[in-house]
Design a protein around this ligand. Structure first.
Ligand SMILES: [Zn+2]
Length: 127
């Protein structure tokens, strides 16, 4: 679940960062005090986040991630939770290559949910 933080109320187009909690991702302005604090205390919970351009079609993303047990199931459930779908997944040389589609919704944030899966090698946006 993705939530916009109440402390700094980020709005569309502003530079943002996200904080991972169990089952929840909170989006803050990049310069929110909570982001700054976490940078020192628990940087591993900080995620890059981006706004999706608005529209009504789907956005395709390709991810390359170091394979680990349960990774695909983990990503699938995160993708489903934000209304997306896993279109293709394959493993080569211990790297999971996965193509997902997410709804293009101005309040959806692409990337942060996926960064939760540790070991993301690259993220590509196909348009
Ligand atoms: Zn904040």
């Amino acid at each position: 679940m993705v939530i916009l933080a109440l402390c700094c109320k980020p709005s569309k187009g502003e530079e943002i960062k996200a904080i991972a909690n169990t089952g929840k991702i909170k989006v803050h302005k990049y310069n929110c005090i909570q982001i700054e604090e976490l940078t020192y205390i628990k940087p591993e919970r900080l995620l890059d986040a981006y706004w999706i351009r608005s529209g009504n079609t789907l956005e395709a993303i390709k991810l390359l991630i170091e394979q680990r047990f349960g990774l695909l199931a983990d990503i699938s459930s995160r993708v489903h939770a934000i209304g997306g779908e896993v279109k293709r997944a394959e493993i080569n040389d211990n790297i999971l290559s996965i193509i997902i589609e997410l709804p293009k919704d101005e309040r959806s944030i692409l990337n942060m949910s996926l960064k939760l899966a540790t070991g993301v090698k690259s993220v590509e946006f196909n348009k």
